[in-house]
Design a protein around this ligand. Structure first.
Ligand SMILES: [Zn+2]
Length: 158
């Protein structure tokens, strides 16, 4: 069995750090003062039978003691899947992990859980049966663009 390696993100990792900066500026301004360390692990971990693309958590006291920048949050990304992901998928994953990170320097940092957790077959059998699922459903419906917008975008393609 091969050993797990964990290394810190660098410039060779497909602009992960500049993606992170851009996302914080655009959607997570409360994190602009947070010290966030990005790590890559290889091979990826599994959780409940699923490949884990990334995780976010608060920095542990030991990490804060050992690392010069005393990380408030640690993002752990799966190295292999990151390499084969598109830029859009990378941005979505980082944006997702940043959504877990809340708080500020004054009141301290904490973690936030997912808006929605359910099984596809439950949605298929029972629809959007509770409030958080309804909100999720309406967000999905808003993604469906009106026809004129689709045509406008198609014409804009060179
Ligand atoms: Zn998550």
């Amino acid at each position: 069995m091969s050993e797990t390696t964990i290394r810190r993100a660098g410039i060779e990792d497909g602009a992960v750090l500049s993606h992170l900066r851009d996302l914080i500026e655009a959607h997570h301004e409360h994190l602009s003062d947070a010290r966030i360390v990005v790590l890559f692990r290889d091979p990826p971990s599994m959780s409940k039978g699923k490949l884990v693309l990334g995780t976010a958590r608060k920095g542990t006291p030991a990490e804060r003691a050992l690392a010069a920048e005393e990380p408030d949050f640690v993002l752990m990304l799966a190295a292999g899947p990151w390499r084969s992901a598109t830029v859009a998928q990378r941005l979505a994953l980082l944006d997702h992990e940043l959504c877990h990170c809340v708080g500020d320097t004054e009141n301290g940092w904490s973690m936030r859980g997912h808006d929605v957790e359910d099984f596809t077959e439950i949605i298929e059998r029972h629809g959007l049966w509770k409030e958080d699922l309804e909100e999720f459903g309406s967000a999905v419906r808003q993604l469906e663009l009106p026809l004129e917008e689709v045509e406008r975008r198609l014409r804009a393609v060179p």
